[in-house]
Ligand binder design. Sequence first.
Ligand code: TGC
Ligand code: FAD
Length: 390
Amino acid sequence: MTFKAPDYYQLDELYSDEELLVRSSVRKFVEERALPLLPACFEEGRFPRELIGEMAELGLLGANLEGYGCAGIGPVAYGLALQELERGDSGLRSFVSVQGSLGMYAIYAHGTEEQKSRWLPELAAGKKIVCFGLTEPDFGSNPSGLQTRADTAGDEYILNGNKMWITNGSIADVAVIWAQCDGEISGFLVESGTPGFSSTTQKGKWSLRTSDTAELHLEDCRIPSDCRLPKTTGLKAPLMCLNQARYGIAWGAVGAAMACYSEALDYAGSRVQFGSPISSYQLVQQKLVDMLSAITASQLRCQRLGRLKESGAVRPQQISLAKRDNVAMALECARNTRDVLGANGIMEEYQCGRHMRNLESVKTYEGTHDIHTLILGNDITGISAFGEGG
Ligand code: TGC
Ligand code: FAD
């Protein structure tokens, strides 16, 4: 099947030449290099490490950061790149989100000049991999209560605790670990191989199978005091990183929806039942139109969000709205496509089932759908409904 990107409101006219160039180069990479591998990787439960070098060459790692070997592209170009990656698979976009928007951004925004010079060029080049450890077994939606501790011992910190569901966790060369330190949440750079630091790959996922997910264990893990990210005092520091990643997810989810819509339209045009293509029946047309309408609304939302980010005016709550609604929209498109494809919709040779399963994770990570609802509810009413401790 040839992918036909829906652009019903001619939004391409609103993108610059540079933005369209970024999109076309990532689209080519996904079409020619990633999609031939992804279905098999999904079946095997394997992250395609062999694609890291090419993604780095395309400037996709820390793409929207300035200097340190990063491409320095604008937010809209970055969004379009992530849209293309997630058109391939959410796991590919996850890798790029965690490497750039969470790990590299944490160092970029909160690190010393030495930390930035040491890590960012190699992370941008894909020679090193980073992960971001915020979530713990008992603290997911409510990271403010996290239990991992960093205690001062002379010119070292001693870290103890466990992290869970950490993307890139078992392949990372360095982990950004969020821990309680002197009564505040603070970030620490922990290198793989440090005594007392280990990871366990989380097996048995039926979603995001092309992504590496791991538990991280810290047991009397000693790190030099200059491994602390100095500008991290309080939950605001990791939440700033989450804004970057949630922004990318808002765009990425639209890519997954576009892949599903294109598949549904193509299939409906060629599948004949009762003597005619199923696309000639009103109920099928309604499903296709609902998808197109929802995708167009999300594309417009991304466009505006990107321009707001470009001008420095975007608010975290506006990002929450886009993450929440675009992911829900994409999940609905994946389910509708599965339906339009009938029995074939459950087969791995079609993409909709893989996207549908992936999007169940995307709905949960980076703040669940319901947490973003509460963030927005709080914003419009001024009343927090998170419950005690929220
Ligand atoms: P709250 O009291 O509201 O806020 C604490 C401080 O942070 C500030 N703040 C923000 N700053 C920047 N950006 C945001 N989005 C911010 N939201 C809040 C706030 O102003 C305050 O600052 P200050 O100066 O007064 O101290 O904190 P809370 O404890 O009530 O929690 C708020 C809540 C529930 C919204 C937050 O905890 C939350 O977002 N929870 C969801 C957790 C989450 O998203 N985890 C993601 C883990 S990483 C991940 O999933 C990666 S998957 C990646 C992949 O594979 O692609
Ligand atoms: P919980 O917080 O236990 O929530 C369970 C349910 O309760 C949800 O429906 C939630 O919406 C609801 N709920 C919770 N609180 C409230 C409330 N106050 N009001 C109403 N409903 C509520 N984390 C990282 O730190 N780094 C990573 O790289 C990372 N990668 C991930 C990769 C994958 C594949 C997955 C699945 C998760 C990843 N996560 C990562 C963790 C992710 O951020 C958490 O799963 C997410 O924040 C939700 O936490 P939880 O799973 O503990 O669910």
